[in-house]
Design a protein around this ligand. Structure first.
Ligand SMILES: CC(=O)N[C@@H](C)C(=O)N[C@@H](C)C(=O)N[C@@H](C)C(=O)O
Length: 606
């Protein structure tokens, strides 16, 4: 029989990313933002038949923040940033695409818009912006016909964002954010009165995802007085709060209401996987809907009741699906060219005990016997209040096909394991989570999966920070490390984050004056002398979250000491690597770097 050679980096990157999508009101047209031609652009597919063929709508090669189709099919509303700077600015496009037209003329490059809602008649856009209020944001309504742009909600005290609009556009919901684990939703009434949706705004809790059932009733997700967020109801007339639907050990992360059938679609997260349910408002019946993916990124409920979903799985790239009440149809055929799902690796979900007895969940991807090289890549995730989940990553599948195992611990601070667990990283970036990583490495050694000579550490953003901190404090545990846009210095990071993150920095990370000693202890740059393992550092020049200076300062210091540091900067990237040509360069360099380090004799004191 013909023997095919093993897949190379090219093959894994024939898949594309999809970041968001929209469906036309008559469900004949799907518009999505994707790297189908290598860089993010908008694409359309006519899906009146069972499937369609994608055709391009833009050629500006930029990420978009949202897509909204005019209900009468006159135009498309969207927002683009510039090469990863995350300053998404609203634009309109002709229905059949072309050159995007800015909605606001002459605005500065640092202005950004978060779209929320387009009125039923397609005339008014509700959005939040940093214009005139860079730290706390303002929410406004822009009239597309008259050009009037009116202030609705002024952000005061902390970041404040509009999150729902009643059907008659007289009442608005907005959310005040104090931390990733503390945000509170309110309703603004016609007379300007503000009503908190939970019994006490002073209790630390989350409440968000508000949906108006009608002018007087809203549903939302909250963890008020609970470890896991549930669906709650608020009656504005009666001023009453009620728990409506709780699902054991699952966190409600998204709600979508379908008015005609009085059904709420509930998305929950539980550890490394998502779940979907249909909840009947009139009977309280809750039905699980089996999913064709592990992770749900976005759902849209059409007027007909059809569900559209963007999702991915451990061995399934991003795809958009339609659910007609009985079966899912994959509308975008995004697969790894030439491979089947059985050629790809799905992870085992394992648990291990950490230094203080806490149980930690982790994903273990094992390379196939025929390709395994005996080495393992240890991947601390970003966020830090995110989790590594069963989400397709071309990079992972490529590295595994090259023979490496990958291990991803959901250390304390990860989401999906309850509110208290997520809070454990707050103001403790470098101690508890790092010790969870060391306990995971010890577990890998005890199980015979890896050893100190056969382990690499690699991560992005907070994961890059943890990689660098481990390299500085515990270099004897592994051979070499790869940092992708990681924080190197908590003092400079604190001052360089986007202006609208500043109100939450104290709760999230701490205060550089009050917590000076801890900032020094938890900054990787404090440990230059011990940072002796070879390092590969990758950075986007336009990253607004972890700015390039974070990588520059570390590279400069280490090179001055004569250390083995490779440094790659992508001029057209922001926080992470999004463009396919850059992905191929970066991931091929990672594998080359690890292959080189495997051969080299590296002396780290054990
Ligand atoms: C609400 C919000 O945006 N909070 C931010 C402070 C936040 O948590 N951002 C993270 C998603 C993030 O970008 N963190 C970096 C450091 C990362 O690890 O990716």
């Amino acid at each position: 029989m013909i023997q095919f050679s093993k897949p190379n980096v090219e093959q894994f990157f024939q898949t594309y990313r999809i970041s968001t999508f929209a469906i036309s009101q008559d469900e004949s047209r799907l518009v999505f933002s994707s790297t189908l031609n290598g860089k993010f652009n908008l694409w359309a597919m006519d899906i009146g038949g069972e499937t369609g063929y994608p055709y391009p709508l833009t050629y500006n090669d930029q990420m978009c923040g949202f897509i909204k189709l005019d209900p009468q099919g006159r135009h498309i509303l969207t927002a683009f940033d510039r090469d990863g700077d995350e300053n998404y600015q609203m634009h309109a496009l002709r229905w059949n695409g072309g050159e995007p037209q800015p909605l606001f003329a002459g605005i500065p490059p640092e202005e950004k818009h978060h779209f929320l809602h387009l009125s039923e008649d397609g005339k008014r856009i509700y959005y939040s912006t940093n214009r005139e209020n860079p730290n706390f944001l303002n929410s406004r309504v822009f009239d597309l016909e008259s050009g009037e742009d009116r202030l609705l909600i002024e952000g005061k005290g902390t970041v404040t964002v509009i999150c729902a609009v009643s059907q008659d556009e007289k009442r608005f919901a907005f959310v005040k954010e104090y931390a990733n684990t503390h945000y509170v939703s309110y309703i603004q009434l016609e007379d300007g009165q503000e009503i908190c949706l939970t019994p006490s705004p002073d209790e630390v809790h989350t409440s968000g995802g508000v949906q108006f059932l009608d002018g007087d009733n809203v549903i939302f997700a909250t963890d008020y007085d609970s470890e896991f967020a549930y669906m709650a109801h608020y009656d504005i007339k009666e001023r009453t709060f009620k728990r409506l639907c709780e699902i054991d050990s699952e966190t409600v992360v998204m709600l979508k209401y379908h008015k005609d059938s009085r059904t709420v679609y509930i998305v929950t997260e539980k550890g490394v996987q998502d779940h979907l349910y249909a909840y009947a408002l009139d009977t309280g019946e809750l039905k699980a809907i089996p999913l064709p993916v592990d992770i749900l990124e976005q759902i849209v409920v059409a007027r007909s009741g059809n569900l559209y979903m963007l999702g991915r799985g451990a061995a399934k790239p991003y795809n958009i699906y339609r659910f007609d009440g009985s079966r899912w149809t994959m509308l975008t055929q995004n697969v790894v060219t030439g491979l089947t799902e059985t050629d790809l690796i799905v992870p085992e979900v394992i648990t291990y005990r950490s230094f203080d007895g806490m149980e930690i969940e982790a994903l273990l991807f094992r390379a196939k016997d025929e390709t395994a090289n005996g080495y393992t890549v240890f991947w601390p995730h970003g966020g830090p209040q995110a989790a590594e989940r069963k989400q397709f990553r071309s990079m992972f599948q490529y590295i595994i096909a090259e023979g490496y195992n990958i291990f991803c611990p959901n250390f304390r601070g990860s989401t999906g394991y309850g509110s208290s667990f997520a809070k454990l990283v707050e103001q403790d970036w470098g101690e508890g989570p790092r010790k969870d990583c060391l306990a995971a490495m010890d577990w890998l050694f005890e199980q015979g999966i890896s050893s100190r000579d056969r382990l690499f550490v690699m991560g992005g953003s907070y994961g890059g920070y943890m990689t660098l901190l481990l390299a500085g404090r515990n270099p004897e545990y592994f051979k070499a490390a790869i940092d992708i846009c990681g924080v190197s210095n908590l003092f400079t990071f604190y001052h360089s984050v986007p202006e609208d993150w500043k109100p939450i920095m104290g709760q999230w990370l701490g205060d550089p004056e009050r917590d000076r000693e801890r900032f020094i202890k938890d900054s990787p740059i404090t440990y230059l002398d011990k940072m002796v393992n070879p390092l590969l550092i990758i950075q986007g020049a336009n990253d607004p979250r972890v700015v390039k200076a974070e990588s520059d300062q570390l590279v400069e210091e280490l090179r001055a000491k004569g250390r083995d540091v490779e440094y790659i900067v992508f001029d057209d990237e922001g926080h992470g690597i999004m463009r396919k040509d850059n992905e191929k360069i970066a991931y091929a360099r990672m594998v080359e770097f690890m292959n080189r380090c495997r051969q080299a004799k590296i002396q780290v004191e054990k």
